[in-house]
Write a protein that binds this ligand. Structure first.
Ligand code: F6R
Length: 242
């Protein structure tokens, strides 16, 4: 694992935006795996500015998001589809028909998950997967205990994750308890993985990911089994490393 530590979240986000832009520069029709949450917002803002300046061209890019809440359709303001439209897709020259987010309202969730996997395959696999890090070590919505051979599927969110995500909703009762998520094996199949983690609150999870035992009880630690992972941190998130 390559680790890059920047002074603050702004610098770390710039680094991540540049890694994504470089990927698209090398291969215009790259397949990106994208994340939601608070962490990537600044990196997406950087990419929007780079796109405006003509420094990155999304016109041939395909994207697959990591996850979506069960029960929220794409029009729901707290859905991850709406998040992606608001924070990236509405502001860059990406072809909306080539942006994929799991459908939280699919009638047959298992069939939808299998189809999502086959669509990733049909697109040629993910070239660069962007990840955030959960306080409990989750990646996407693969909570502790998720099998390393897991694929896209329906999962239950832990009470801790529901509480963390309540900040995006009017009340905690509105946070869905279930989600569709790419699995650990889906994520590890990406050719390159870039993780962004910022802030003191992530320091313990970062230290366990990079220096603790490798195992399913800390899903992010399984990234150490992949040979092309770049972890981009700010000083605060790197604070518990020894
Ligand atoms: C988002 C996702 C989650 C987040 C993680 C960190 O698509 O899959 O795993 O990356 O919960 O969230 P933030 O960035 O809000 O701290």
């Amino acid at each position: 694992i390559e680790t890059i530590v920047q002074a603050d979240a702004e610098q770390a986000s710039r680094t991540v935006a540049q890694l994504i832009a470089d990927q698209i520069g090398r291969k215009g029709d790259s397949v990106l795996g994208l994340a939601t949450g608070g962490t990537p917002v600044q990196a997406y803002r950087q990419l929007i500015e780079m796109n405006r300046r003509g420094e990155v061209d999304f016109s041939a890019v395909t994207s697959f998001n990591l996850d979506e809440y069960i029960g929220l359709d794409g029009a729901h303001p707290q859905s991850f589809r709406a998040f992606m439209n608001e924070h990236l897709f509405d502001h860059v020259n990406i072809d909306r028909a080539r942006t994929f987010v799991p459908d939280g309202c699919a009638d047959d969730v298992a069939a939808h998950c299998a189809k999502y996997e086959s669509m990733i395959d049909a697109a040629g696999g993910i070239d660069l997967q962007l990840l955030g890090l959960g306080h409990n070590g989750h990646i996407a919505f693969n909570e502790p205990g998720s099998p390393r051979d897991s694929r896209t599927r329906q999962v239950d969110l832990t009470p801790q994750t529901i509480q963390q995500n309540a900040r995006f909703f009017d009340s905690i009762d509105e946070v869905p308890c279930h989600a569709i998520t790419m699995g650990i094996a889906t994520i590890l199949a990406a050719r390159r993985i870039v993780m962004l983690a910022t802030g003191k609150g992530k320091a313990e999870a970062v230290a366990r990911m990079l220096q603790g035992p490798i195992g399913e009880d800390h899903p992010a630690s399984l990234l150490r089994r992949h040979d092309h992972v770049t972890v981009v941190l700010d000083n605060a998130a790197a604070g518990a490393l020894h």
